[in-house]
Ligand binder design. Structure first.
Ligand code: SAM
Length: 205
């Protein structure tokens, strides 16, 4: 099927998608919120007054969820290449988190070490499986490096990963940095997608 055909099919599916409809009803910016809510389920990973860094934050669904759970005393610093509509209590940095200048802005905006770093970073998808796999794992590697710079001891890290080359090694390395590491596929993540998430807790410096 041509590009036009597949994007038409995507639009049709999107309009019927139960999570898209639920997000519209509940005032969320995107269906991705239901992935985060499931990842956090039962674990009480976000507590009032904590500090969070959100990498790849636009359009802002995860920030909406996190800011509700944090309450007014909490702090969120959110970064994205794309513009994001403001959310109360969220400090937004527009830029590429891989650049030193953006990292400096992240560090100076955070008012202390972060309790949670969450990354839903996604590269531009080329459609070439090996290219997309390595782009995704590269972003995840850099997100982990960034987390290691800002997390408080005992802090948590949630990241999107793609099943494929580099996945097992990534999870193995993370196990040496965190006391508990789980791999989860939330129901809201489409089953045909290789996307999955790693939830790591208990950062060990
Ligand atoms: C799936 S979306 C995130 C959705 C978000 N979790 C939400 O709930 O609204 C992935 C985002 O990663 C961002 N991104 C990809 N590479 C980036 C980079 N190097 N620096 C900052 N943001 C990046 C993209 O612009 C995109 O908005």
């Amino acid at each position: 099927m041509g590009k036009k055909g597949s994007s038409g099919r995507w639009l049709q599916e999107h309009r019927k998608d139960e999570y898209v409809l639920q997000a519209q009803r509940e005032g969320y910016r995107c269906r991705a919120v239901y992935k985060l809510l499931e990842l956090l389920e039962r674990d009480q990973m976000i507590k009032r007054g904590q500090r969070i860094l959100d990498l790849g934050a636009a359009p802002g669904g995860w920030c909406q969820v996190a800011s509700k759970l944090l309450g007014p005393e909490g702090q969120i610093v959110a970064v994205d290449l794309l513009e994001m509509e403001p959310i109360e209590g969220v400090t937004f940095i527009k830029g590429d988190f891989r650049e030193d200048e953006v990292l400096e802005r992240i560090l100076s905006s955070l008012q202390g070490e972060a309790n949670l770093v969450m990354s839903d970073l996604a590269p531009n998808i080329s459609g070439i499986r090996s290219v997309d796999q390595s782009r995704c794992m590269y972003l995840a590697e850099l997100a982990l490096d960034c987390a290691a710079k800002v997390l408080t001891p005992g802090g948590s890290f949630v990241t999107k990963l793609f099943h494929g080359e580099g996945f097992d090694l990534y999870v193995k390395n993370s196990r040496s940095m965190f006391s508990q590491v789980k791999v989860k596929k939330p129901r809201a993540s489409r089953s045909r997608s290789r996307e999955t998430y790693m939830v790591a807790r208990g950062y060990e410096v």
